[in-house]
Design a protein. Structure first.
Lengths: 146, 278
């Protein structure tokens, strides 16, 4: 990482610890920032691809979102979405892209655990595990996996 | 409207919302839901689902450029994410149970508060605050590069900030927004975190918070691919452009215009919610 070779700024004699700690944090953050950006780029590309198929097939049908019907299971569960991607559906691809998008911050949290572990910061490893558990519960416990 | 027209118009509106939201720092999600429900007659549940997805995209897309500047504090972020993700989960479950007219009223109230909070002069974080024992124990204090060298800060009132962030998460999960106004209240006013640190850190947190409720929304069928697609792509493109052309001289009047827009949309949502037309 280029950040690792960043010139050491004026060391502050009053807070040597904070300084060192924040540079380590900063390196982790730069890596995490790149993880996030790649996830968003990948997700946007998949959504755009799905959009092309969807618009090509359904361009002249009427758009109606005034009445809430809820999505069919093929667009709201992971197996359903994968199934509709395999059968070449545009909206299935869009949902897959959105799943990648939702997974991106979750991946960032998972990577942070490694970062805090490298810094031997047990308290923050524990905090991050709590956040990850909540996120996984939301994604898998809400019935999306079935 | 046919699907191709609808997609095009929604993409343009989302692009403008993302651009203005990023230029003013007020976020694009907060205007999208009212715009979609009032002018496009989209059911508020579909609108919230689409907005939530776009919030994840803008937060995650901007994070890479924010972190390079070295303002954000990942310990503050991670600690407060415990509160926001719990809140978001609760908000998402509530959203599936309360009537849409109530959702519209809460949304209107949040818009009015956001408009008010954006006009209030920013409280300057005092320098040299004494270290708070709890913040020190949680290692929340830090430093950031300022004009006159490295500046350190001591975080205050951790329990108050943590509780407010739970509320911010709940609103985010309930309404599909980033709830920036509540975060300002928690991080700037209660915890006394310097503005640059709180803004960049909360941007980092917004994506994680939204992800906590997005799973619930997707599995409940609130995320429609045909609607979420133009909203997400439009807001993302608009906010990325906004972060590139950030012209400081013009943001002041732009902020005023945008907060008036938020105010008007807030009144509309309240009106529609109270008269039950949503």
């Amino acid at each position: 990482m280029p950040a690792a070779q960043a010139p050491n700024p004026q060391p502050n004699p009053l807070q040597p610890q904070t300084r060192e700690q924040s540079w380590d944090d900063h390196r982790i953050e730069v890596i995490l920032g790149n993880v996030l950006r790649s996830g968003v780029v990948l997700s946007a590309a998949i959504v755009l691809w799905g959009a092309c198929i969807y618009l090509f097939r359904h361009a002249h049908e009427p758009a109606d979102y005034g009445i809430f019907r809820g999505e069919p299971s093929e667009f709201r569960t992971i197996p359903g979405i994968i199934q509709s991607v395999i059968s070449g559906r545009g909206r299935g691809l869009i949902q897959l892209g959105l799943l990648v998008l939702i997974a991106t911050p979750i991946a960032r949290v998972a990577f942070s655990i490694v970062g805090f572990a490298l810094e031997r910061d047990r308290m923050y490893v524990a905090f991050t595990l709590i956040v990850l558990a909540i996120l996984l519960y939301s994604l898998l416990g809400s019935g999306i996996g079935v | 409207m046919t699907i191709v027209e609808f997609t095009g118009v929604v993409a343009i509106v989302s692009f403008v919302a993302g651009l203005l939201g990023s230029l003013t720092g007020l976020g694009g999600g907060v205007v999208l839901v009212p715009l979609l429900t009032i002018f496009f007659h989209v059911d508020i549940r579909y609108a919230i689902g689409a907005s939530l997805v776009s919030v994840i995209a803008t937060s995650s897309g901007a994070a890479a450029s924010y972190v390079k500047e070295g303002f954000s504090n990942i310990r503050i972020g991670m600690f407060l994410e415990i509160a926001t993700t719990f809140g978001a989960l609760l908000g998402a479950f509530l959203a599936t149970r309360i009537p849409t007219s109530t959702l519209a009223i809460i949304f209107g109230a949040v818009l009015l508060y956001s408009a008010y909070s954006s006009r209030k002069p920013r409280t300057q974080a005092e320098r040299n605050l004494p270290p708070d024992p709890l913040a020190t124990r949680l290692r929340l204090n830090g430093s950031f590069p300022d004009v006159d060298g490295e500046r350190s800060y001591n975080v205050q009132h951790v329990p108050t900030g943590f509780s407010l962030m739970f509320g911010a998460g709940a609103l985010s999960g309930l309404l599909g927004i980033g709830s920036g106004a509540v975060k300002v209240l928690a991080m700037d006013q209660a915890m006394r975190i310097p503005f640059k640190v709180s803004t960049t850190t909360s941007n980092f947190m917004i994506g994680v918070t939204a992800a906590a409720s997005a799973g619930v929304y997707l599995s409940r069928g609130y995320v429609d691919p045909g609607l979420a697609m133009p909203v997400m792509l439009g807001v993302l493109a608009g906010s990325l452009l906004g972060s590139r052309i950030l012209v400081k001289a013009e943001t002041k009047s732009l902020r005023l215009v945008f907060s008036v827009v938020i105010l008007v949309l807030g009144l509309q949502m309240l009106y529609k919610g109270i008269w039950g037309s949503i």
